[in-house]
Design a protein around this ligand. Structure first.
Ligand code: IMP
Ligand code: MG
Length: 178
C-alpha cells in the first residue's frame, strides 16, 4: 500500500484563516490576557501561528492526553499524560485543538478544565468534522474550517506520527502498489 495526500486546504488559506481567527479572539478579549492550552501534539503548529497574530497578552500551557479503549474511534474516556503546569483559576482560557471529530475528547477536557474555575473557557479548533459529531454540547467558539468526513494530515495532524510538518492540509489515501 502506498500513501498519497490529496491537497485540501493550502498553506495560504490556512494563514489567512488563522489571522482572521486571531482577530476575532483579540476583539473578544478586549485587552485581557489569555492562556492558550495546546492539546499535544496536533495543536502545536496551529497554536504557535495563532498566538503570533494575537494582539493581547498570551500565556502558553500544554496538555497531553490519550484515550482509553478502542484505538480507531476515540472512546473519549481520556487519560491525562501531561497536565497543566500552571493553575487556570480566574484566567481566560482558550483550548486549542487540531480537529474535532466525535467531540468526545473535548467534552471530557472541557469538563476537567471547567472544574478549575477559569474566568472563561473557549474552544478553538482548526478543523471540524461536524457530520461526525456524537456529543451534542460541543459547540466550538472559533473554527478554522469545516471539513468532510475524511482522514486528514498536515499542519500538525498526523498519521502514525508523520506528516505533521506539511504546510498544507491534505486527505490521506491508500492506494495499491508501492
Ligand atoms: P474526537 O474525540 O473524536 O473529537 O477526536 C479528536 C481527535 O482525534 C483529534 O484531536 C485528533 O487527534 C484525532 N483525529 C480525528 N480525526 C482526525 C484526522 O482526520 N486526522 C488526524 N487526526 C484525527
Ligand atoms: Mg488530537
Amino acid at each position: 500500500m502506498r500513501e498519497i495526500i490529496r491537497p485540501l486546504i493550502s498553506a495560504e488559506e490556512i494563514a489567512r484563516r488563522v489571522e482572521e481567527i486571531a482577530g476575532e479572539i483579540t476583539r473578544d478579549h478586549d485587552g485581557r490576557a489569555v492562556t492558550l492550552i495546546c492539546i499535544l501534539k496536533g495543536g502545536v503548529i496551529f497554536m504557535v501561528d495563532l498566538s503570533r497574530k494575537l494582539k493581547i497578552p498570551v500565556e502558553f500551557d500544554f496538555m497531553d492526553i490519550s484515550s482509553y479503549g478502542n484505538q480507531v474511534v476515540s472512546s473519549g474516556v481520556i487519560k491525562i499524560d501531561k497536565d497543566l503546569e500552571n493553575p487556570i483559576t480566574g484566567k481566560h482560557v482558550i483550548l486549542v485543538e487540531d480537529i474535532i471529530d466525535t467531540g468526545r475528547t473535548l467534552s471530557h477536557l472541557s469538563k476537567h478544565l471547567s472544574a478549575q474555575k477559569p474566568a472563561s473557557l473557549k474552544i478553538c479548533a482548526l478543523l471540524d468534522k461536524k457530520s461526525r459529531r456524537e456529543i451534542d454540547g460541543i459547540i466550538p467558539d472559533y473554527i478554522g474550517f469545516e471539513i468532510p468526513d475524511e482522514f486528514v494530515v498536515g499542519y500538525g495532524l498526523d498519521y502514525a506520527q508523520r506528516y505533521r510538518n506539511l504546510e498544507y492540509i491534505g486527505i490521506l489515501e491508500f492506494i495499491e502498489g508501492k
